[in-house]
Write a protein that binds this ligand. Structure first.
Ligand SMILES: [Zn+2]
Length: 147
């Protein structure tokens, strides 16, 4: 038996489903006995890490699509290059693409050179999910209390 787990992206209230990267995991159980019942801990962790990576990548991609224009005049910002940003989550580290854009000409004086804008780095300054921060604070408090 083989269980294939796929990721698909649905667009808001629309029923249109965009096919994502496809297969997230394949759970293979070649024998018909029940000796290997359910997911192992390693399989579960791997699956959740892949789901987390896919979800965060799509969320960041969607959010960035709304950041490509100047918020003052609406002009399209010119893409300079891209870097990668590592985000720490409860299911492990996720690396996302972080584009760098040239600031709009309307944002500076005529003599000053254009600045480089990092929309993702500016918004995700801590590069850690709020849930992981909360859990780390709880674990730290537990260590202090138990000493
Ligand atoms: Zn502008």
């Amino acid at each position: 038996m083989r269980l294939i787990i796929e990721g698909r992206l649905a667009d808001g209230d629309n029923d249109m489903v965009e096919h994502g990267e496809g297969v997230l995991a394949v759970v293979d159980r070649p024998d018909s006995c029940l000796a290997e019942l359910g997911l192992t801990l390693a399989e579960g962790r791997s699956l959740l890490a892949k789901v987390q990576t896919e979800l965060i990548s799509k969320q960041v991609e969607w959010w960035l699509s709304g950041q490509t224009h100047c918020q003052s005049c609406g002009a399209a910002l010119i893409h300079k290059d891209s870097r990668s940003t590592v985000l720490r989550t409860v299911y492990g580290k996720v690396t996302v693409n972080s584009p760098r854009l040239w600031s709009c000409a309307c944002q500076g004086a005529a003599q000053t050179p254009r600045r480089v804008v990092h929309p993702l780095s500016k918004t995700l300054t801590r590069r850690v999910t709020s849930e992981l921060e909360y859990l780390q604070a709880r674990w730290a408090a537990h260590l202090v209390v138990s000493q």
